[in-house]
Design a protein. Structure first.
Length: 693
């Protein structure tokens, strides 16, 4: 892979590094950093490595030349080969962090281990600790993964001075905090936006980059103002009904408590408290934040900044202007003023805020664009008319030409999920009309219960797994854990009527559904995919002559084909009726009461009451049925909150979804809902229908 001169450079550095490991302790601090930078400069100028290889080299130096998961020495001569890879400690699929502190160098066979794929470093060690791995390399070296105790000791010793990386290597769950990259992004966005807004509000006296009319404040300032202005109490009152409902359903008092004043306030049980924030469960917290910012003044910001900085300048003038005072008598008998909470922006501020928040209807930005025409451009000496383009010197000159021939379309939505399946024929499975059987490979894990095993295409493999699961008394977590799989494969003949069989790690599982082919030509016609989640954009509601509704979710591939032909995305008629209206994700719908159904035109959508606003829902998603989310709800308090109910027959809590439901007060929402139209100014009207009811 490398030239003789490069190999010689690597050999020299390897000998120097390994001898330094034997002869002296690894140095910490600035001196070590200086040596690393000098070494990188030398190897960079000698071997001319890529940016990725330089990163490998720096990680290798930081790790003291050893793999964090096995403790084995990583020879520099093999560092840049396929035997070693850069590995993300926290998998990017679970938490995007591409920083240097989230990377290590380890053996390729460890990084490519199927159990490491989506696990944290410590999770992987807990599951695979002590296992032997045959390294697929030229020397056939045997690698043993650390046990948990060895791993913790190694990380503590090797990364004693590197707190960030040590913390990530010892994480046992995904962190909740913002990472440094996100904080830096936020800083950059704030700086960029302030320069844009400065152009809008700049005055003649402004001479800086940012206008004097732009004020900067942080979350601590708004937090203090919300507390002093009574908005925290308003918020607790707004969201309290959801917590009281949870108490009623669960038959407990775990979701409410009393404060020092004896008032009932929302709370959550200890097991749900981690990462829970009362502010984030309702979309209206954005309106509260906007109100506080609108009412905060330069004086508020200056006063609180001075207090935070513990400035010697007390600013009693601002204290008297902005804060309420209370009289008190000092030791000398003199009457003094004690500064209390901030004055409210106006007398009825708290009451008015509560009233307006109850009237708020939350609307969402939508993106229903599916396809659009594209224009390909290329360089040519000829212009669009085919004439030679000449420069000022009279010589032919290249220019940009737009392609006019052909019919190019750009699809703006994911057409299908990543998994590609193949069609199979199974005589033991009866296939309904319009459906096909497709199969895909899947790793055997603890989710393989009896039902999953029955969906395996190979009946021989199916029999082995069933026999093994029976021997474990049906405990799939025990049977198909990493240890359980190893035990099964060591004794696989025992579960195959004494016949030998290859070890089983992955199986082909079939599914009965309505997947569509990936393409129409070549091998794409025999590859089948499933519509990606969230790409169903139109739920059609049809109505027959008797006023009965029927429904159809329009697949994305059908929408694309219709739009290419210049048709509307949804057919205007089906076998059972004409199109009434369509619903798309983030659309708003209103559920009329029994009385309102008789006189829909009598509903004043421009001035809905508090009770009526509670009957507004947001379209969440749909397939065979349509699911909705209550208008104000942002996050669930507890699992299955919206869908949760008490099953009197089974005497237990039941529910399927956290933040969505298909029904309200025992009525299917899709059967009675009225679609709403909201403009950018917040005006609400019923959306027009295709036919008259």
């Amino acid at each position: 892979q490398y030239s003789p001169s490069q190999q010689e450079a690597l050999k020299i550095y390897e000998e120097g590094v390994l001898s330094s490991v034997k002869n002296k302790e690894y140095k910490e601090g600035e001196e070590t950093q200086k040596e690393e930078d000098e070494a990188m400069l030398k190897i960079g100028s000698s071997a001319q490595p890529s940016k990725s290889e330089l990163q490998r080299y720096k990680l290798w130096m930081e790790q003291r030349y050893r793999s964090p998961y096995t403790g084995e020495i990583i020879p520099l001569s093999r560092l840049f080969t396929k035997d070693y890879q850069i590995e993300h400690i926290i998998p990017q699929s679970r938490y995007f962090d591409d920083s240097f502190s989230n990377k290590v160098i380890c053996e390729s066979v460890v990084n490519e281990n199927p159990y490491k794929d989506n696990q944290l470093g410590l999770e992987f060690i807990k599951n695979q600790g002590g296992k032997i791995v045959d390294e697929l390399s030229s020397n056939g070296k045997i690698v043993r993964i650390f046990t948990e105790e060895e791993y913790r000791d190694f990380v503590t010793l090797q990364y004693g001075k590197n707190r960030s990386k040590r913390t990530k290597l010892l994480l046992d769950e995904i962190p909740d905090q913002m990472i440094m990259r996100q904080l830096n992004d936020t800083r950059y966005i704030s700086k960029f936006i302030s320069s844009i807004l400065s152009n809008v509000v700049r005055s003649d006296q402004d001479d800086g980059v940012n206008s004097k009319n732009i004020l900067f404040c942080n979350g601590k300032i708004t937090s203090i103002l919300k507390q002093d202005w009574g908005l925290n109490d308003v918020w607790n009152d707004l969201i309290l009904p959801r917590f009281e409902r949870m108490n009623q359903i669960t038959g407990t008092t775990s979701f409410t408590s009393k404060n020092t004043s004896g008032k009932t306030i929302p709370t959550v049980p200890l097991e749900l408290s981690k990462g829970f924030q009362k502010k984030r469960i309702d979309h209206r917290h954005h309106a509260v934040d906007a109100l506080v910012i609108a009412c905060a003044t330069r004086d508020h910001v200056n006063l609180l900044n001075n207090q935070s900085a513990k400035s010697d300048i007390k600013r009693y003038d601002l204290q008297r202007k902005l804060r309420n005072t209370k009289k008190w008598v000092n030791k000398e008998g003199k009457e003094r003023d004690k500064f209390k909470e901030f004055k409210k922006p106006w007398k009825n501020f708290t009451v008015d805020t509560r009233s307006e928040l109850e009237k708020i209807v939350v609307s969402f930005k939508q993106n229903l664009r599916v396809i659009n025409k594209t224009t390909n451009k290329y360089e040519s000496y000829k212009d669009e008319n085919g004439n030679i383009r000449l420069g000022k010197d009279g010589k032919p000159k290249k220019g940009i030409v737009s392609q006019t021939k052909g019919d190019s379309w750009a699809i703006r939505k994911p057409m299908h999920k990543d998994t590609v399946s193949g069609q199979v024929q199974l005589s033991r499975v009866k296939v309904p009309k319009g459906k096909i059987i497709t199969a895909t490979r899947k790793a055997v894990d603890a989710t393989f219960n009896l039902k999953t095993i029955e969906s395996i295409t190979d009946e021989g493999v199916q029999k082995i797994l069933k026999n093994y699961l029976t021997s474990k008394e049906g405990d799939s977590e025990l049977a198909f854990s990493p240890e359980g799989l190893e035990e099964m494969n060591k004794n696989i003949a025992r579960y195959n009527e004494g016949k030998p069989h290859q070890p089983i790690y992955k199986v082909r599982v079939f599914e009965l559904g309505s997947k569509f082919p990936l393409g129409q030509t070549g091998n794409k016609s025999v590859k089948f995919v499933e519509t990606a989640k969230g790409t169903n954009l139109f739920f059609a509601i049809y109505q027959d002559e008797k006023g009965n509704r029927n429904y159809n979710a329009i697949p994305l591939n059908v929408v694309i084909e219709r739009q290419k032909q210049g048709l509307s995305p949804v057919p205007e008629i089906n076998k059972k009726g004409e199109l009434l209206f369509t619903l798309s994700p983030h659309d708003l719908v209103y559920l009329p009461t029994e009385d309102e159904k008789e006189n829909v035109k009598g509903i004043n959508f421009e001035n809905l009451s508090k009770e009526q606003i509670k009957r507004i829902f947001v379209v969440n998603d749909f397939s065979s049925t349509c699911y909705f989310t209550p208008n104000h709800l942002a996050k669930n308090i507890a699992p299955k909150e919206v869908d949760l109910s008490f099953d009197a027959k089974k005497k237990k809590l039941s529910g399927s979804f956290d933040t969505k439901t298909a029904s309200f007060e025992g009525v299917q929402i899709k059967d009675v809902c009225i679609k709403l139209k909201v403009d950018r100014l917040g005006n609400i009207q019923p959306a027009p229908v295709s036919i008259v009811s």
